[in-house]
Design a protein around this ligand. Structure first.
Ligand code: IDP
Length: 140
């Protein structure tokens, strides 16, 4: 995957709370183009594998339970400087620290149930995009 892409998930809390449309609208308005998207649900096993880097942390089990608790929207987004610009758009992990107007400030309920995921590096964007999408599901 090129470095102008990032990977996102609209997490189960935001889906449950009816925020899919508003979040996608904010993503589009910020200049991101959706090149892959699916509505799906992660098994415990798949959520655990996705967040394997956090295995051993006190919140890991809670995170895996939460991320497999309901459907998500997974997407690959394209824009110049995608990874950094998307992290700015979503705001800090903890919604109490997220800048006003960011997706997490608007839609997250807690540090765990924080509405959206955004890759933290080009390398992880590539790994995470490939985790969820086959090459034939990506439309450049
Ligand atoms: P990020 O999603 O902003 O990159 P990370 O530190 O990579 O944040 O954590 C991954 C996810 O794990 C967070 O988005 C959040 O859902 C969850 N998480 C992080 N820290 C905590 C915590 O202290 N308590 C509960 N859940 C947490």
């Amino acid at each position: 995957m090129a470095t102008n892409r990032t990977f996102t998930m609209i997490k189960p809390d935001a889906v449950r709370n009816g925020h899919i449309g508003a979040i996608l609208e904010q993503i589009n308005a910020a200049g991101f183009r959706i090149v892959a998207m699916k509505y799906t649900r992660l098994s415990q096993e798949k959520a655990g594998a996705f967040y394997a880097v956090h295995r051993g942390r006190p919140f890991y089990d809670e995170l895996v339970d939460f991320m497999s608790s309901g459907p998500i929207v997974a997407a690959i987004l394209e824009k110049e400087n995608a990874v950094a610009d998307f992290r700015t758009l979503i705001g800090a992990t903890n919604p109490e620290e997220a800048a006003e107007g960011t997706i997490r400030a608007k839609y997250a309920t807690s540090i765990g149930e924080n509405a959206v995921h955004g890759s933290d590096s080009d390398e992880n964007a590539d790994i995470e995009g490939s985790f969820h999408f086959a090459g034939t599901e990506i439309f450049a």
